[in-house]
Design a protein around this ligand. Structure first.
Ligand code: MHO
Length: 245
């Protein structure tokens, strides 16, 4: 009785070992979060409005030092705004960042080059007050940095006015989940590759924030290339295909 059991166990172990090495390379290695628990360093929060929040989230999600992004409504007075009933709010991106890796000043530089702060009543093709340009601040120093950077932006040309508002951040209302990581959600392949995360996981994930920028082709070029290479490497391993049941 005892002997066959031991053999069975050894055979099972051998089969398991063999199947891992035989099939291991056929299965794609999912892209992993570099750190699952996220950094332990204290993060800072910055909120910006610069047109459609689908694009705004993609602009900031890929920057080194940005840990999390989400989109929402801020800058107005209406309580509980919704996408179809936004009231006087603007579409915003909330950026959680590690201040030892990226500064508020660097985020401001990205803000200015990522939209046209002189466009009246809209941004790009999008028309309306909800697409206005706003820098939200939550400290005196930030307000000063924002004001200085706006002045600098104005000096680039005197022929039109930089319309960006600078406001103390009050309430930030999280937008509906369909709008979170909107660009990434259009790419089923990448969603699968990161393990079909649940909505709250997706919102908290640095990896999802990066890939959201990648899909929109809004990452800095060298990061865009790095992600391209990583995906190509995974695909080389082959994708499992079910050929029958
Ligand atoms: N141009 C966009 C605006 C989206 S937005 C998040 C559209 O296709 O409707 O406001």
């Amino acid at each position: 009785m005892e002997l066959p059991n031991r053999y069975a166990l050894i055979i099972l172990l051998l089969v398991l070992l063999f199947s891992r090495s035989a099939f291991g390379s056929r299965f794609p290695q999912p892209i992993q979060e570099s750190s699952h628990k996220g950094p332990s360093r204290p993060l800072k929060v910055a909120v910006f409005a610069l047109g459609s929040f689908w694009r705004s989230e993609a602009v900031f999600g890929c920057l080194p030092g940005v840990v999390r992004t989400s989109v929402g409504y801020a800058g107005g007075t209406k309580t509980n705004p919704e996408y179809r009933n936004v009231g006087d709010h603007a579409e915003c991106v909330k950026v959680e960042y590690d201040p030892t890796l990226i500064s508020f000043k660097q985020l401001l530089d990205v803000f200015w080059v990522s939209h046209d702060p002189r466009q009246v009543f809209g941004q790009g093709p999008d028309v309306g007050n909800q697409y206005r340009s706003i820098i939200f601040t939550n400290a005196t120093l930030e307000a000063r940095l924002a004001a200085t950077s706006k002045e600098r932006e104005q000096t680039k040309s005197r022929s039109s006015i930089v319309l960006t508002q600078i406001q103390q951040l009050e309430d930030f209302y999280l937008a509906e989940s369909v709008h979170q990581k909107f660009e990434l959600k259009r790419n089923q392949f990448l969603l699968q590759l990161i393990g079909n995360m649940a909505e709250d996981e997706l919102r908290a994930s640095s990896l999802a924030a990066k890939l959201n920028g990648y899909v929109a082709e809004l990452c800095p070029p060298q990061i865009q290339k790095q992600i391209d290479a990583k995906i190509a490497e995974i695909l080389k391993g082959g994708w499992p295909i079910l050929r029958g049941v």
